[in-house]
Design a protein around this ligand. Structure first.
Ligand code: ADP
Ligand code: SF4
Ligand code: MG
Length: 386
C-alpha cells in the first residue's frame, strides 16, 4: 500500500517536472528576433566541419528522464568519415536527430552542449541548438542531409522518382531550369549506380526493390551537394548482398564527393572499411574513440572488444554470432559508476564506485575504462586474441 502511494507521488513529481521542462522549451522555441550573437560561434579546430561538445539530449517521459545522449564530444573533420557504433538504444539516432534538430519536441530536447557547424555558404560558424528555425531549415537537407534506415520514410509514394529528385534539385539550386534539373536528376541516378536511369526517373517508389530505393534516397541526399551526410543505419533494412552493394556505393561516393560522412551503425564491420575515425557509444556516452586503426587494431574498452567479437565474418559463413551477454542499463535510471559493469568480465572494485573518465591513450585514442588508467594496456599479452 505504502509502495503504491510512493509510486503515485513519484509519477506526479515526474509529471510536474516534465511540464516545467515543456513550458521552458516552448517559451524558448517561440522566441522572436534571436540576435545572431546568440548563435554565431567559432570552431575550435581549423580542420573540422562539425564539432559536437558535451551534447546532452534528454526525453522527459512519464516514467522519468531518458538521458539518450549524455555528454557526447567529438569532431567531424572536413572530407572525412566518422563511424558511430553501438548496440541498439545507445543514442546514435538521437545524436544525429539532435544535429538535424529533428527531435520529437517538447519531450525530446537538447538539454545542454554545443553543436558547432562551419557554414561555408555564409562564411561563418553557428551553434545549431541556438539557431532560429528558419536558419536551421536552410541547413537541413541542404548543407547537412540525412539518409535514414528505411527509404520509404524519405520517399513519397504518390510522386514519381523524377518529380521528387527534381524538386530537391530545384529547391537547392536557385535559378536552375526545369530541364536542367531533370538532366541533373538523371545524372544523380547514374552516379548512384542505377542502370536505365531514365526509366527509373519516370517510375514510382513502390516499383523499386529496397536496394534501389535506398540508392534513390542517396541520390536525393547528394542532389544538394551537402557538406555533411548523416547516414543512419543505411543498410540495416536490406538483405546481406544488397547491403554490400550499398556500402560499396557509399565508399565509392566518398571518393567522388567532398562531403564529410557520419556513418551510424550497430555493426563494427560496416565502418571497418569506410571510416577514418570511429566513435563507440554505450548508453548515451562515448566509451571509446579513435582513428579506425586505433579501434580495429588496438581496441581498449571491453565493450568495443565485445562489438569486435560480435562482427559477422565476411566469408559469408553464418556461424552462431557472438553477442555480448546482458543488456544496456535502464536509461531512466543510470548508475553513477561504469554503465558496462554488469556485463564486464574485467570488473574491479573501483568500477562500482565512480564513472570512469576518458583516458587519453594517444593523441587520437581515448577510452573510458579503468583498465586504461595505467598507460600500459592491460589487454596486451593476448587477453583478447582469438
Ligand atoms: N521519442 C522518444 N521518446 C522517449 N525515448 C526515446 C525516444 N527516442 C529515443 N528514445 C530513447 O533514447 C535512447 C536512444 O535511442 P536511439 O538513439 O534511437 O538509439 P540507437 O539509434 O543507438 O539505436 C533509447 O533508450 C530510446 O528508448
Ligand atoms: S571500467 Fe571496469 S567495469 Fe567498466 S568497462 Fe572498464 S573494467 Fe569493465
Ligand atoms: Mg538508431
Amino acid at each position: 500500500m505504502g509502495d503504491k502511494k510512493n509510486n503515485t507521488a513519484r509519477l506526479r513529481e515526474i509529471k510536474r517536472f516534465n511540464n516545467k521542462k515543456y513550458r521552458e522549451h516552448t517559451k524558448l522555441s517561440r522566441r522572436k528576433n534571436i540576435e545572431p550573437s546568440q548563435y554565431l560561434t567559432e570552431m575550435k579546430s581549423p580542420d573540422s566541419i562539425l564539432e559536437i561538445e558535451n551534447l546532452c539530449t534528454y526525453f522527459y517521459t512519464d516514467v522519468g528522464t531518458v538521458k539518450a545522449v549524455d555528454g557526447v564530444t567529438f569532431n567531424v573533420p572536413k572530407g572525412k568519415t566518422v563511424g558511430v557504433v553501438g548496440e541498439s538504444g545507445c543514442g546514435k539516432s538521437v545524436m544525429s536527430l539532435s544535429v538535424m534538430r529533428l527531435l520529437q519536441e517538447p519531450q525530446g530536447q537538447i538539454a545542454s552542449g554545443e553543436i558547432r557547424f562551419r557554414q561555408s555558404s555564409e562564411n561563418r560558424a553557428v551553434n545549431i541548438p541556438n539557431l532560429p528555425l528558419k536558419e536551421m531549415q536552410k541547413i537541413r537537407g541542404n548543407e547537412i542531409s540525412m539518409i535514414f534506415q528505411e527509404p520509404m520514410t524519405t520517399l513519397n509514394p504518390v510522386f514519381s522518382i523524377g518529380a521528387q529528385l527534381d524538386e530537391s534539385i530545384l529547391l537547392h539550386n536557385k535559378g536552375i531550369s526545369k530541364k536542367d534539373a531533370a538532366k541533373r536528376s538523371i545524372e544523380m541516378l547514374e552516379l548512384v549506380g542505377i542502370a536505365r536511369a531514365e526509366g527509373i526517373y519516370k517510375g514510382y517508389p513502390h516499383e523499386l526493390s529496397g536496394g534501389m530505393r535506398q540508392r534513390v534516397v542517396i541520390a536525393m541526399a547528394l542532389s544538394c551537394n551537402p557538406e555533411i551526410i548523416i547516414a543512419d543505419e543505411p543498410t540495416t533494412a536490406l538483405d546481406v548482398t544488397i547491403q554490400a552493394q550499398i556500402l560499396d556505393l557509399l565508399r565509392d561516393l566518398k571518393n567522388k564527393i567532398n562531403a564529410s560522412i557520419i556513418l551510424i551503425t550497430h555493426d563494427l564491420g560496416v565502418v571497418a572499411e569506410m571510416a577514418d575515425f570511429v566513435v563507440v557509444m554505450y548508453a548515451g556516452r562515448i566509451v571509446e574513440q579513435g582513428t579506425a586503426s586505433d579501434i580495429f587494431h588496438n581496441p581498449q574498452h571491453p565493450y568495443t572488444v565485445g562489438l569486435m567479437k560480435s562482427r559477422p565474418t565476411s566469408h559469408g559463413q553464418q556461424e552462431k554470432l557472438y553477442s555480448i551477454p546482458g543488456s544496456v542499463p535502464n536509461p531512466t535510471d543510470l548508475p553513477d559508476f561504469c554503465y558496462f559493469k554488469n556485463r564486464c568480465e574485467f570488473c574491479m572494485d573501483i568500477c562500482g564506485q565512480k564513472y570512469p573518465p576518458l583516458y587519453k591513450l594517444s593523441n587520437t585514442h581515448k577510452a573510458a575504462c579503468y583498465l586504461c588508467k595505467d598507460e600500459k594496456s592491460k589487454f596486451e599479452g593476448g587477453v583478447f586474441s582469438e
